[in-house]
Design a protein around this ligand. Structure first.
Ligand SMILES: Cc1cc2nc3c(=O)[nH]c(=O)nc-3n(C[C@H](O)[C@H](O)[C@H](O)COP(=O)(O)OP(=O)(O)OC[C@H]3O[C@@H](n4cnc5c(N)ncnc54)[C@H](O)[C@@H]3O)c2cc1C
Length: 376
């Protein structure tokens, strides 16, 4: 049986970043993935992900996302591949909205650049946006967009260069935890790892259950759609990525890159699913197109053109929408990263590093207490 210091179950957004960090430290690392990352079966496809630092989901995230920013830049420098577009991110919502208050609080506490704009100022600056009078917005000018699939490809290349072994199309079918090691079973072979990282995204719930961890993780069907848009108004050279918190829903989206059209998704809602039974056809539910089209018609009318593309993707939700990054309470040599609740990609570089530290040093340089699995 082949033996490794660390076996990573799931080489996606976080797993691949962790694999690189471990291999760079000289740790003998095996990355196993059921598909061939990046791929379209999990949570990382659809070209782009927003990265913002003044964090609406909680000021506690800011140190981790600032570390992630440094690591994405380092990855870009090491590979020479463009991974980030500084489009700025515009967060908008009604006056008094908690998300925006948190954005402003984060910016203040960490001295992050942020412009606060009234509804009319937003329209003057970006005529493609129409906000109700009782809305306002915050522009974070140095934030923007990560090319998610390119990021995973870049980490994959570096991990392999540093000696990590990657087995694609290799689904893990069982884990047997022993006091000092773990046996990882796949369809065709078994491997022995001194330690293991379970970073299997939407498939984490079932794998973790087999390890006695019954976490309230809910894989959820989500869609994104691309619409033909007035390029003069919405091209990435002029238009920011955006997050709109409405009174009963939340939408996010991207400017048009090289004529791709505006890409948009609804952040709340979606259907709980089993990732192995997921209906990956965009349009199965009328809300797949309907929700985002009606958002565009109200707030960005010249971007509500022809639907050119739609994709189905998966969020893995926790009840409080905070992540799980922790060691197994009974098996210190088992670490998991899970429940990224639709906002994890931007952190993947730093979470990969933190998971690697948990595995090699027993603790991470960032305070991960809010991500403890014992909170459930
Ligand atoms: C539509 C959409 C939009 C999003 N927008 C944003 C955004 O703008 N900003 C942001 O920060 N985040 C965003 N997110 C969230 C972010 O993409 C996810 O939080 C992140 O990709 C999760 O990473 P992961 O490593 O947990 O999962 P994944 O990247 O899916 O990786 C899990 C890997 O595990 C593998 N695997 C599963 N089971 C097994 C098994 N048994 N054996 C071997 N391998 C296995 C899978 O094949 C996969 O490669 C979005 C997500 C979606 C779906």
């Amino acid at each position: 049986m082949e033996s490794f210091d660390v076996i990573i179950v799931g080489a996606g957004s976080v797993g691949m970043a962790a694999g690189y960090d471990l291999a760079k430290k000289g740790v003998r690392t095996l990355l196993l993935d059921a598909y061939d990352p990046p791929h379209t079966m999990g949570s990382h496809h659809g070209d782009t992900r927003i990265i913002r630092y003044a964090y609406g989901e909680g000021v506690q995230y800011v140190p981790l996302v600032l570390r992630a920013k440094e690591l994405w830049k380092e990855l870009e420098d090491l590979t020479g591949v463009p991974l980030f577009a500084q489009t700025g991110v515009l967060s908008a919502g009604p006056v008094g909205c908690q998300f925006l208050q948190e954005v402003q609080g984060s910016a203040q506490q960490f001295s992050l650049p942020l412009e606060v704009l009234q509804a009319q100022e937003v329209h003057e600056r970006w005529p493609g946006i129409t906000l109700p009078e009782d809305f306002y917005a915050c522009l974070e000018p140095d934030s923007g967009v990560l090319y998610s699939e390119a990021c995973i490809r870049a980490y994959r290349k570096l991990a392999i260069q540093h000696g990590a072994v990657l087995r694609t199309h290799t689904r893990v079918t069982g884990l047997q935890v022993e006091p000092n090691h773990v046996i990882v079973q796949t369809e065709n072979a078994s491997y022995r790892g001194a330690k293991v990282l379970v970073s299997a995204g939407a498939w984490n719930p079932s794998i973790l259950q087999s390890l006695g961890l019954h976490l309230p993780l809910v894989p959820t069907r989500k869609t994104v759609a691309w619409f033909e848009a007035d390029e003069d108004l919405y091209q990435s050279a002029k238009f920011p990525a955006f997050v709109f918190t409405l009174r009963d829903s939340m939408f996010y989206g991207f400017p048009s890159f090289d004529g791709s059209g505006v890409k948009i998704g609804r952040h709340d809602a979606g259907q709980p699913i089993d990732p192995d039974q997921l209906d990956r056809t965009f349009g199965t539910f009328s809300s797949d197109e309907g929700d985002v089209r009606s958002f565009l018609e109200s707030y960005m009318p010249q971007a509500a053109g022809r639907l050119t593309q739609g994709k189905v993707c998966i969020y893995t939700m926790t009840p409080d929408e905070h992540f799980v990054i922790d060691r197994h309470p009974e098996h210190e040599h088992v670490v998991t990263t899970a429940g990224f609740s639709g906002h994890g990609f931007k952190f993947a570089s730093a979470v990969g590093e933190a998971a690697s530290q948990l595995l090699t040093d027993g603790k991470a340089s960032h305070n991960l207490s809010m991500f403890s699995l014992l909170r459930f």
